[in-house]
Structures are given as structure tokens and as C-alpha cells.
Design a protein around this ligand. Structure first.
Ligand SMILES: NC(=O)c1ccc[n+]([C@@H]2O[C@H](COP(=O)([O-])OP(=O)(O)OC[C@H]3O[C@@H](n4cnc5c(N)ncnc54)[C@H](OP(=O)(O)O)[C@@H]3O)[C@@H](O)[C@H]2O)c1
Length: 182
């Protein structure tokens, strides 16, 4: 797959490395912006409060399948939107998913060393399922579907719980599974 990572920091750069190891071709885009016309999938991994500014500097994103990994730490979604993911969709009118926002980038290099595959929660459009679930698996997680894009705001708020737990445990992995599959 051709992937464009908008944001090339801990998350964007880290996932780009994992996806390249899995055989994908990744273009990394930073604050200067860039063109994503060639991409089959676009990752958005910029500071949550900078999402509107970041998307303005990206060309060719209309209709693209986008995976939004942002968290709103001390920031709100753009006016009129319940979530950053829904804001993204308003700009692209393409398949949109929220994912990777509830997983610590600091642990990306340890995903392959676990007894069981860690989970990665996503919400979003059915049309985004094939792409986002492949990208989740190719990064080293198992996907957990949590409903449509209308649930993205609940997923974004979930970062509060993740941070609260990490105060006690430090960065952690988790796995959600039906009984018998843990
Ligand atoms: N760190 C984690 O464990 C983690 C986990 C899940 C989700 N998240 C979320 O993922 C997002 C990225 O986190 P991160 O830790 O990867 O941050 P980071 O290391 O600080 O990287 C941020 C990236 O965003 C780019 N950027 C900053 N402001 C921008 C703007 N106005 N327009 C365009 N690009 C801009 C930066 O570009 P330059 O490289 O050009 O400076 C950089 O590549 C955040 O929303 C964060 O809350 C983080």
C-alpha cells in the first residue's frame, strides 16, 4: 500500500517504520505540508489542536481513506465537530477511521515480543475497515472495532482513562478478546 503519514513524530514516524518493515511504501509529511494524491491511505498524526492547520497544508486528500490518530490533549475539536475524526471527514468526504490514539508510541518496538498480540481500538466508516484493519495488523496489533464514526468522540475521550492508568503502570499494552481467546 502507498501510505502518506501527515505528522512524522513519535506516532507518524514510528508507524511509518513499522509499516515499511511490513512492505508498505510510506511518505512522511511534517509541518511544511505536502501532496498525498498518490496515497492509498493517509495517516494523520499531528497535535490534536493543530489538525485544521495541518490539513490546510496537505494537497490531494479529497476522497482518501484517512486514519486519524490524534488526541485532543488540552484542546477541543474544531468548532461544530464532536471529534477530530469527524472534522477530517468533512474535509475529505472519504472513508475515515479513528485508530492508534489509544496505544503508546513508545512501545511500538516491543509489539512483536509479546505472548499475545496487543489490541488497537478503531471506530469509523465501514468503507475504511479493510484498510484500517490491515494497517493495524501490519503494525503488530489486533483490531477491535468500536462502532461507526459517530463513536469517534467517545474514542477520543478514552485517552483520559489511558493516561490515568499509565500514571500507575507506565506505558502499557492491552488486549481485549472474547472469553477463551485471551
Ligand atoms: N506519543 C504517543 O504515544 C501518542 C499515542 C497516540 C496518539 N498520539 C497523538 O498523535 C499525535 C502525534 O503525536 P506525536 O507523539 O507523534 O507528536 P510529535 O512527536 O510531537 O510529532 C508531531 C508531528 O506533527 C507535525 N506537526 C506539528 N504541528 C503541525 C502543524 N501545525 N501542521 C502540520 N504538522 C504539524 C510535526 O511536524 P515536524 O516534524 O515538521 O515538526 C511532527 O511531525 C498527537 O495528536 C498525539 O496526541 C500520541
Amino acid at each position: 500500500m502507498k501510505i502518506a503519514a501527515v505528522g512524522k513524530g513519535n506516532v507518524g514516524g514510528g508507524l511509518a517504520d513499522l509499516w515499511e518493515k511490513a512492505g508498505h511504501e510510506v511518505t512522511r509529511i511534517g509541518q511544511d505540508g505536502g501532496d498525498v494524491s498518490d496515497a492509498d491511505a493517509v495517516l494523520v498524526a499531528v497535535p490534536g489542536g493543530a489538525i485544521a492547520d495541518a490539513l490546510e497544508k496537505v494537497q490531494g486528500i479529497e476522497g482518501k481513506t484517512v486514519v486519524d490518530a490524534t488526541n485532543l490533549v488540552g484542546a477541543a475539536p474544531p468548532d461544530g465537530f464532536a471529534s477530530n475524526a469527524e472534522f477530517v471527514k468533512s474535509k475529505t468526504n472519504g472513508p475515515t477511521a479513528k485508530s492508534f490514539n489509544l496505544n503508546f508510541a513508545r512501545l511500538y518496538d516491543q509489539l512483536g515480543q509479546q505472548k499475545n498480540r496487543p489490541s488497537n481500538i478503531w471506530t469509523g466508516d465501514e468503507e475504511a475497515r479493510e484498510v484500517v484493519e490491515q494497517l493495524i495488523r501490519d503494525a503488530g496489533y489486533d483490531p477491535i472495532y468500536a462502532g461507526g464514526l459517530e463513536n469517534a468522540s467517545t474514542q477520543e475521550q478514552g485517552i483520559g482513562l489511558i493516561f490515568a492508568i499509565s500514571q500507575a503502570t507506565g506505558p502499557f499494552l492491552y488486549r481485549m478478546a472474547p472469553p477463551g481467546e485471551l
